[in-house]
Design a protein around this ligand. Structure first.
Ligand SMILES: Nc1ncnc2c1ncn2[C@@H]1O[C@H](COP(=O)(O)OP(=O)(O)OP(=O)(O)O)[C@@H](O)[C@H]1O
Length: 624
């Protein structure tokens, strides 16, 4: 930490500390009174008696600077705290609630920001009177719009992180998410801005004092001292230079500390979409039969209305899943895998429109309100995300994060939750789980972090575990361990697993059933062994050929799927895969192929690959 912050940071902290202490303890220090006109010649330079000399009236400059710091720093700290107190809640409200609250707060804020600040301050102080209280209030109010903007921005960015989505998936309430997940993370950028804000306020107060519009004489303030010394510039330059240098160093230090703190909070973006729970299902639902299975998705659709047109990210996906089985959802990036999962969980970006039905043990989840979904997310549906670093809150210990769902959902006490957390961490293969409780996510390796998120997802004993690309962010050697662990846990907990992946070699080994997605639609589905042994749709074949296999020689070149995934706003007519398909004929460009039964599974293709030429690889490398 020390090396990352740099020596400049510590020097700046030291300087601020010295000035602050001197201001606080001024009455205890062996100083002359700041307003005491001393015997002897005025305007003398530094001497033993007066280390920084005396001013035009023969008063001790050191004493006036120290007492001046009380006003300058007092206004700086006070105005920043007051601005923060008003601006931060508004910023959090705008960033988290969005929609109407955001629109109103930001519209007022933009108007406030358009005001010329110093002119406004001058006018108010000139009108209301130049006193410490008035200057502090005016500078605090002027700082509020900047606070609102900063806190809103930070809230927006953290509200989109996976650990917030993870908290939602665990059914955590909004207020708790705000306090436990978002506020601690917004605190760091806010602290950084507080220092920069203090620098701004110290300069602003100095400017007002320079114009004679701050605290009145004889109480010293740095800006006032500079103003008083102006006329002595030629005869006694120290009277103006010393307070100028002190003010310069203080402002520089505040900026430096603020800037280094900001650099510390510069964590990488998750790239996730903002998450909002969707309650309504405005799209019509096709006729279907509710089955007696654990999880049933019926004609699930997720559409986005964008300025470019309608994006059908998920377009009519249906499946059923039984306890003790693993369903793999595979497809290239952008094929709609994650949106399908989020639709099922009812956690979609605010701009999404959801259609279709999802049943858990025959109960319609799409009919539930977000509040009602909370009792399902966590206890019945668990989720593991792609990147364990963004799925865990960086400022909270592993212990707090693992025990939270246990306390919220299972109502366990502190001690019981801790004991259960230790048991859970041990069950996912974490060595020394007791010590692990006190650690922070950044102290763990990627594989260990993913084990922690798996432990959290399992904490309330879910019926279905969703694992969205759970190994993509991990080292190849760790990937297999994590998948093996998921498989073992599925057996132990007798749950169902939905495994999302773009890597067919991953799912070939661990899935019972597979759904292949392309442009939001299912293009091939069936028992995994069957689909991998005899893929009929050219896209599935291409995916299989693009997947690395353990048996490949070292310099084996993978065959890329030709062309690019389609633009979902402007899908080609007929089969969406046609422009990239080597076997396409006229009919493929005219009619979209339906899912048909054949060779033990379903595929959507007018000219499926003959069974003999289908690639008999993939599942063969399986060896659980
Ligand atoms: N907020 C949004 N507005 C418009 N389109 C969106 C939005 N979010 C996602 N999409 C589109 O939905 C499609 C499906 O996205 P999704 O994240 O489900 O893909 P994926 O198959 O999970 O890909 P990946 O493996 O990269 O995560 C993408 O093409 C994406 O462009």
């Amino acid at each position: 930490m020390r090396r990352r912050l740099g020596i400049g940071f510590w020097l700046a902290v030291g300087w601020i500390g010295v000035v602050l202490l001197a201001a606080l303890l001024a009455d205890l220090l062996p100083l002359y009174r700041y307003d005491e006109t001393l015997a002897g010649p005025p305007q003398t330079g530094p001497s033993w008696e007066h280390p920084l000399g005396t001013d035009g009236l023969g008063r001790d400059v050191l004493s006036r600077i120290v007492y001046g710091a009380r006003v300058s720093l007092g206004v700086g700290v006070g105005a920043v705290l007051l601005g923060l107190l008003i601006g931060a809640p508004l910023g959090i409200l705008a960033g988290y609630r969005r929609r109407a609250a955001d629109a109103i707060i930001m519209a007022v804020n933009d108007v406030a920001l358009a005001f010329p600040a110093l002119v406004f301050a001058l006018a108010v102080v000139a009108f209301a009177g130049a006193s410490l209280r008035n200057v502090l209030i005016v500078l605090a109010v002027l700082g509020v719009p900047a606070w609102v903007r900063l806190v809103r921005g930070a809230t927006l960015s953290f509200a989109e992180r996976e650990f917030v989505l993870a908290a939602r998936v665990l059914g955590t309430r909004d207020r708790r998410i705000l306090w436990r997940e978002i506020v601690p993370n917004v605190a760091m950028p806010a602290a950084s801005y507080a220092f920069i804000g203090m620098a701004v306020v110290v300069v602003a107060e100095g400017s007002l004092a320079f114009l004679g519009l701050s605290v009145q004489a004889p109480t010293p303030t740095w800006g006032g001292l500079i103003n008083e010394g102006r006329t002595l510039m030629e005869t006694a330059p120290h009277v103006v230079l010393v307070p100028s240098v002190v003010m310069f160093l203080t402002v520089l230090s505040f900026n430096l500390v603020g800037d280094r703190l900001r650099a510390l909070t510069d964590v990488r973006e998750s790239g996730l979409e903002p998450v909002r729970q969707v309650t309504v299902s405005p799209m019509p639902v096709a006729e279907h039969q509710v089955r007696d299975t654990l999880l049933q998705a019926e004609d699930v659709r997720t559409h986005f209305v964008t300025p470019r047109g309608l994006v059908k990210a998920v377009d009519g996906v249906s499946f059923t899943l039984e306890r003790g089985r693993t369903l793999a959802i595979v497809g290239e990036s952008g094929s709609g895998k994650s949106m399908l999962i989020r639709s099922i969980l009812g956690l979609l970006p605010g701009s999404a429109v959801r259609g279709g039905k999802v049943y858990l043990s025959g109960e319609d989840l799409t009919a539930r309100t977000p509040a009602e979904m909370r009792s399902v997310l966590g206890p019945r549906l668990g989720t593991v995300f792609q990147d364990p670093m963004t799925a865990l809150n960086p400022v909270r210990t592993i212990g707090t994060q693992v025990t939270e769902p246990l306390r919220v959902h299972l109502g366990l006490g502190r001690k019981e939750a801790r004991a259960e957390a230790v048991r859970l961490l041990a069950s996912v293969g974490i060595p020394d789980p007791v010590r692990m409780l006190g650690r922070y996510p950044h102290q763990l390796s990627g594989g260990m972090r993913q084990r922690v998120t798996i432990a959290m997802a399992l904490s309330c004993g879910p019926d279905v575990l969703f694992a969205d690309e759970p190994t993509t962010a991990l080292d190849v050697t760790i990937q297999d361990q994590v998948l093996r662990l998921l498989h073992r846990l599925r057996e132990e907990h007798h749950m169902a697993v939905v495994l999302v992946s773009h890597d067919l070699s991953v799912v070939a080994r661990w899935a019972d059933e597979v759904i292949v997605m392309y442009a939001g639609k299912v293009v091939e589905r069936g028992p995994a062994a069957e689909v991998f042994r005899r893929p009929r749709m050219p896209y599935t074949q291409a995916l299989l050929q693009a997947a690395p296999r353990l048996s490949d020689p070292v310099h084996h070149r993978l065959r890329e799927i030709p062309g690019r995934p389609p633009d979902l706003v402007d899908l080609p007519p007929g089969c969406s895969f046609r422009p990239r398909c080597a076997y396409a004929r006229d009919r493929c460009g005219q009619e979209a192929p339906p899912l048909v039964n054949g060779s033990g599974h379903q595929y959507a293709c007018w000219y499926p690959r003959p069974i003999e030429t289908a690639i008999a690889e993939g599942a063969e490398s399986s060896g659980r």
